[in-house]
Design a binder for this molecule. Sequence first.
Ligand code: F6P
Length: 349
Amino acid sequence: MSKRVGVLTGGGDCPGLNAVIRAVTRRSLARGYEVTGIRAGWRGLVEGLFQPLGPREISGILPRGGTILGTSRTNPFKSDDGLERLRENFKTQGFDALVAIGGEDTLGVAARLHEEEDFPVVGVPKTIDNDLSATDYTFGFDTAVWIATEAIDRLHTTAESHNRVMVVEVMGRHTGWIAVMSGIAGGADVILIPEQPITVEEACEDLRHRHERGKDFSIVVVSEGYELTYESGQRQQVGQGPDASDEFGHVRLGGVGEALAREIEERTGFETRVTVLGHVQRGGSPTPRDRILATRYGLKAADLVHEGSFGLMAALQGDRIVAVPLKDAVAKLKTVPPDWYETAKAFFG
Ligand code: F6P
């Protein structure tokens, strides 16, 4: 029996989204199913923004960054009639299944829709932050780490030429995955992450120690979610304030690199510069690893739809693609485990 499958991408965009859309569509079309793209994440299902997905629409999109469907941070549970309109559009379109490609927020909505409304939905884990539980890796993360590592490599040569401390602020929200992995790969001299916040004093001590060893330049990687932490116990989150929070209640982070650089320069006397990588980490073409992971996730999601196994998310465990309950993926943030940070710390100072 033919099925009508809806596909949406929600939350921050990320390299590999198009590879998932392609894989879901290819496998579903091969089964004789109809595939419809829902534009702009959950907003598209609330407002009725649809586009057919056929062979022509998905041709050539595998290496393309961003999402051909567009995205948003709309939370349909936030507005008075959001849920009602979403239900109505789902029915009018005659959808038999929905594939939601997203992170914590998008999949949180998918999990609720399944649990509370019995929606036939499956999830695919996307985010450069790699902070979703129940999967070893999300697609997009490898690309972000690659971009940040490349930036750190480039900053090394200019740091060395000028005898400077270079502070690199990377994304990752409230987890330090991008910071730790790019910091290890790029040979950072200090890495500051939200999960295990070393103090500003300790960071400065590491830099002084390094300079005493005869190195007159340093690379510091700081995760945007790191709270400036002091020996006195004082902590300060740097961001755009509560007014800039989204429909899921997330404050917009950013700016800690600048504040940290100021502290380092004042406390150590070493000339310091800051680079904020920002959305560059989410842009452009996915790495081969992310293309492959996204493709495997997409095929798995299409297979779950075919089997009628809903409320599940495609996940990577070891080298295997498996299905896990959506609610397990969003139950709590997957933070950087202490042993990963220990690996990074072996090279501090
Ligand atoms: O979740 C992905 C992410 O890039 C975070 O690392 C970052 O804090 C946030 O999105 C930025 O969001 P926006 O694109 O809305 O500025």
